[in-house]
Design a protein around this ligand. Structure first.
Ligand code: ADP
Ligand code: GLC
Length: 498
């Protein structure tokens, strides 16, 4: 099949979170299964650095119309990498900026225009460069592609066979803008109704994608269930419930070419489940990087790598921060995003320089060092669609302590010391007491070196490669494409109700 990915992030070009890891890895796995895959990404300032020499334009200029003016967009052919074709959308006035979405956790005011343009440019570019069987679009930033396909482009003979699949990586980020966005992006006002794009008097990109795409996926089975409830649906639960039969939970995989302690180029030493010796050197290297050389060997090191956002559950960590600091543990944290949580971590480290250390920035190499050098990895998330770091942790023999939500629940099995089964520590309620009790359980378990090693090996030998999930995606693509062929009237029904 021909599959076209449209996303706002992709490793190694532009990343703020796990979306980039998924869009970087899944296409390559699909190519291994014999499919043709194209990935579209905007050219932010940091993407431009990846273009070697003069950009090679596949399309010099596409006209993207807005209500009172046109914009002109180039499409750069970024070539084939591991069999995946990359095209970059070039519109410097909208994308040539330092950040992807806005400064310090905020949003650029023209994000509707930026990603509205991106969606239209992907469709227009595909008409010239090759229309896929399936557009696989990710998160709100690409969610207008299914909307345009079923409205503005409905009668376009070139696009008639193209199905769309939307993957929701995080239902909380929806792309909500003032109602006038509808006409600014040249969509018919008929889409601005409660059963389509309108959400509490806002134009909602993600809701549009949910309503108009042929099939939907999200990144774990548990999160697929959760988002159909008011507690997790971020007010899209009603519309998601309506599409329950079309919504599939497919767990993210791991790119073991990048995340493997046996080969990881960022580490001080390498190790495997059979020979764990190198992990000691990784721990020493990590403690050195955080200025915590004096942490005794008997004290476990708890690692955190995270977007510092409310979702990640640090409010309950803050409530027990002093108790943790008094335990025989060290904490090393790497993160950035929301200034509130950045300050919370800064203050914690400032008060306890002997065993709590934080670095507020984005640092790919240090993230790998934390995975390898820590003994435990903490993710107390309030909600977590999938979560990748706990899966990386498994591979690195770094035992996850997680809250039982979304993908954290699906990937981590509670450790049972008597039976020797399980891979980590998991607590249910979003409650600081439960979190502290779980951390204490982990500290206690760490004392028994023999059974701790068994626990580490349990995680390290789990297979979370992309090969299984990629096959599940192929089944979803096939189903979407089949529906497109078998149900041509479904489109007409949607537009006639517009
Ligand atoms: P989310 O996408 O919600 O942020 P995930 O666990 O799916 O959470 O993915 C986060 C990804 O971003 C991981 O690859 C993680 O290593 C990386 N990451 C997050 N914050 C940082 C940071 N400050 N420095 C380096 N990598 C980071
Ligand atoms: C989102 C989610 C995270 C998930 C990632 C990749 O950013 O917050 O849980 O792992 O997308 O799907």
């Amino acid at each position: 099949m021909q599959i076209t990915f449209a996303a706002s992030e992709c490793t190694p070009f532009a990343k703020t979170g796990g979306l980039a890891d998924v869009v970087g890895a899944l296409p390559r796995e699909l190519v291994k299964l014999g499919h043709n895959v194209t990935v579209f990404l905007p050219i932010y300032a940091r993407v431009r650095r990846h273009i070697e020499g003069e950009p090679r334009y596949a399309i010099q200029s596409l006209t993207i119309p807005f209500r009172s003016y046109n914009r002109f967009v180039g499409v750069v052919d970024a070539g084939l990498r591991d069999g995946v074709q990359y095209y970059f959308i070039d519109c410097p006035e909208l994308f040539d900026r330092k950040e992807l979405y806005g400064p310090r956790g905020a949003d650029y005011t023209d994000n509707a225009e930026r990603f509205g343009l991106f969606c239209r440019a992907v469709i227009e570019a595909s008409k010239r460069l090759g229309v896929p069987h399936v557009f696989h679009v990710h998160d709100w930033q690409a969610a207008l592609i299914p909307v345009y396909l079923r409205t503005t482009y409905l009668a376009d003979p070139d696009l008639r066979g193209a199905a769309s699949v939307l993957t929701i990586h995080n239902a909380a980020y929806q792309g909500a803008f003032p109602p006038k966005t509808t006409e600014e992006l040249l969509l018919p006002w008929e889409v601005f109704t409660m059963d389509k794009l309108e959400q509490y008097d806002h134009f909602n990109f993600l809701k549009g994608g949910v309503v108009f795409s042929d099939l939907l996926t999200t990144v774990s089975k548990k999160y697929a269930e959760e988002i159909q409830t008011p507690a997790f649906g971020e007010q899209l639960d009603g519309i998601l419930l309506k599409r329950a039969a079309d919504l599939h939970g497919i767990l993210n995989g791991v790119d073991y070419a990048l995340w493997n302690p046996a080969t990881d180029g960022n580490l001080a030493a390498h190790y495997t489940p059979e020979d764990l010796e190198g992990k000691r050197a990784c721990r020493a290297d990590l403690l050195h990087a955080f200025g915590l050389e004096n942490v005794p060997e008997a004290s476990p090191v708890i690692g955190i790598v995270s977007r510092f956002a409310k979702q990640k559950g640090f409010d309950i960590l803050a409530e027990i921060a002093e108790e943790i600091a008094e335990r025989d543990v060290a904490v090393v944290a790497l993160g950035t995003h929301d200034p509130y949580y950045e300050n919370l971590f800064r203050g914690w480290a400032f008060r306890h320089p002997a065993n709590i250390a934080v670095q507020i920035r984005y640092d790919e190499a240090l993230a790998h060092k934390i995975e390898a050098g820590s003994d435990m990895f903490l993710m107390p998330s309030h909600y977590e669609p999938c979560g990748l770091n706990q899966i990386y942790s498994l591979k690195y023999g770094t035992v996850p302590i997680v809250r039982a939500t979304g993908g954290l629940d699906d990937t981590i099995e509670e450790w049972d010391a008597k039976k020797g089964t399980g891979t980590g520590f998991k607590f249910e309620g979003f409650d600081s007491k439960d979190l502290l009790a779980e951390i204490d359980r982990a500290i206690e378990a760490f004392r028994d070196k023999k059974s701790w090693t068994e626990l580490m090996r349990n995680g390290m030998t789990r297979d979370h490669s992309w090969s299984g999930p990629a096959k599940e995606y192929v089944r979803v693509y096939e189903e979407a494409a089949r529906r497109k062929v078998e149900e041509p009237l479904r489109n007409t029904a949607i537009v006639s109700s517009c």
